[in-house]
Structure formats: C-alpha cells, structure tokens
Design a protein around this ligand. Sequence first.
Ligand SMILES: NC(=O)c1ccc[n+]([C@@H]2O[C@H](COP(=O)([O-])OP(=O)(O)OC[C@H]3O[C@@H](n4cnc5c(N)ncnc54)[C@H](OP(=O)(O)O)[C@@H]3O)[C@@H](O)[C@H]2O)c1
Length: 361
Amino acid sequence: MESKAVVMRWIPGKKGEVYYPIEFATLRVPKPEGSDVLVRLSAAALNHRDFFLRQDLYPMPQFGMALGSDGVGMVVDIGPNASGLWMNRRVIVNPGQGWVSDPEAPESAKGYLTLGASPAGTGTMQQYMLVDQADVVSCPEHLTDAEAAAMPAAGLTAWRALMVRSKNAFPGRNILITGIGGGVALFVLKFALAAGCNVYVTSSSVEKLRRAKELGAAGGVLYTEPDWESKLASLLPQDRKQFDAIIDGAGGNIVKSAARLLRNNGTIVAYGMTVSPTMPFTMKALIENIQLVGTTMGSRKDFFDMVELVRTQRIRPIVSHVVYGMNNLDEIEWLFRLLQEGSQFGKLVLQIRESSKTSNL
Ligand SMILES: NC(=O)c1ccc[n+]([C@@H]2O[C@H](COP(=O)([O-])OP(=O)(O)OC[C@H]3O[C@@H](n4cnc5c(N)ncnc54)[C@H](OP(=O)(O)O)[C@@H]3O)[C@@H](O)[C@H]2O)c1
C-alpha cells in the first residue's frame, strides 16, 4: 500500500539558518503485523516542533519521512494479534513513543520519541500510518476531525504541565498562562478552567486577550508592554493577590517576571523556550523559593487521561485555520508561515481527506 506524505528534503545549511523545504513523497506502508493497526488518516495538525525541525533546531530530524505528531483517522486494517474491535473505529494516535505510565519520566532507555520526521519512524502528515493498537484511543464523539487532530501533542503537553507538574490544578488557584495564542497555551486554559482555577493570560495581541476572556480567562495583559507584571498583579482578586503557578512556553525573562508575580514557593512550569534556548534564573527567584519545573509531552497514560477529560467535559479544542487536501503545498506552507508569525489563535490543521465528522468552523 502507498501513502502520500508531507516530508522534509535535506539541503545544506547551518542550524537555525537553514529552512528545509517540504515536498510530497509516496511512501510504502507495510501490511499490519502483530498488534499493529492501519489508520487511514483524515486530519493532522502542526506544532511549533515542525517549524523547529525545518530550521534544524530539533534533535535528529529525519528526511523523506512524514512530518506531524498529531493525527486522527479510521482503522481500516489490523494485524493478526490486534483486537477486531478497532476495525472501522475513529481513533486518535498517541503522539509519542517510549513512555507508558511512569509519572516521573519515560521508561525507555532510548528516551521519549515524538512522532513526525523523527527516529520514531512515522508521522501523521500522510494518508496511512501503522501504529500499535496500544497507541490509539477512540476519538471522543463530540469532536470534528479537525478538533481531534488539534489535540494530541499540545493537549498532552498542557495536561502534564498543569495537571501533573504544576501541582496547582485546584479550584481557586491563580494560574498564569503566557502567550495565550499558542496551541499548548489554549489547552492549558481549557484544562485549568475545567479544574476550577482562576486563569489569567498574556499575549502580544489585544484581540487574542479578548478571545481568551471570551473563553473564560479572568483577565489578561500584553507582554509586549513595559511593566506588564504590575498591570497583571492589579487584576488579581483581593483575597489572593499572587499567582500559584505560571505555565510558560516562551522562556526568555519569565523567571524575573515570576519573582514579582508568584507567591513564595510558587511554581513555574516551563514546557517550551520559543524566545531562546536558554533563560536566566535570578537571585530574587531563589530567595522566594520559586520552583522552576521542566516538562515534556507525557506518557501514554497521561495521553489517555487527557482524552478522557476532553470526552467527559466535552471540551472543544480551539482550531485556528484548516487547509484541505494533500495536493497543495502552498497551502501547507501558509500554515508554516502562520506558525512563524505567531498570528494563529489555536491549532493549525491539515485536513487529509473528507471528514467523517463535519467541521463546524
Ligand atoms: N516540552 C514539550 O514536550 C513541548 C510540546 C509542545 C510544544 N513545546 C514547545 O512549546 C512552545 C510553544 O509550542 P506551541 O506548539 O504551543 O507553539 P505555537 O502554537 O507556535 O505558539 C507560540 C506562542 O508563543 C507565544 N509567545 C511568543 N513570544 C512570547 C513571549 N516573549 N512571551 C510570551 N509568549 C510568547 C505567542 O503567543 P501570542 O500569540 O499570544 O503572543 C505564540 O502564539 C514551543 O517552544 C514548543 O517547541 C514543547
């Protein structure tokens, strides 16, 4: 069987300066063996990781292999040891490998491998993919394919950052989410609201702040303005004038800002460093016993728990833009440009084939 895929082509260039071109390739998909299931993908989504890969800023980029960590589709064939119950079922694919359930870190000696142009060996920006039955989950009925595709990597990262690492996903806690236009940030917003937290946000855009408030954020400020920390602090409720946790994907000077905003012993959960690959830890943060906690995506168990919360709370991921079909590279390039500019609000989705659920966008 053949599968049309979006892949990167190698060209010479330095890390951070090169921008690997993307192209379509026809890949061979073997027949499912053992407990594999064959998924006919209907939608995939982009992550900032895909943009970093093209700039050679992500470890071990693989060329000629499908990009994409996020995918939803229909199971159309199964291996001899896979359960027949998966046949014709709409499933979402676990975006990583090598981490089953350990709450601390991946069990695999090889570490955690994210799908998509990586040593994981497969990705979701293609028509068909093989995956072990243990790494798929039934798609919640209330989601369109675009919404479901929006969920895996960003939802999993948000879930672990807030629910596992922050230790502050409780009613009444003040949570700050930086850069609310980002894919992960919007999932943190949805999950924190579901947990009953008071959620505040930052953004570079007034319109994005407005939309975040519409979704339930208690307030927000522009991080592009000087002294945004004081403006933010003035919005907090009288009976709880400090933040309990900050969930941040930008890095930069967040520790300095946090030392002004967090309660003593408060937590910064860092899930990304969009601004630069290093960030300073300050003396004031040390004196205030601030904890800086790193986090990666999450285990298969975290992934299933996250999807279950989405199912039971009928949470709808925010989809910013969808492009249709696997025949127009310009449209896919346009999604990458939106990622680069940061002009999206939510996830960028590639609809691979006609949806089994109608998009409501
Ligand atoms: N650790 C992991 O496992 C993991 C998993 C997924 C992602 N990540 C990382 O997390 C980061 C975000 O990923 P994503 O896919 O959500 O990216 P994204 O959708 O491209 O979002 C990036 C957002 O970052 C915000 N931003 C940019 N500069 C900022 C600044 N100086 N201060 C605050 N916010 C700023 C912008 O928010 P506004 O538009 O609101 O200004 C922008 O929309 C990336 O670095 C990515 O590599 C890590």
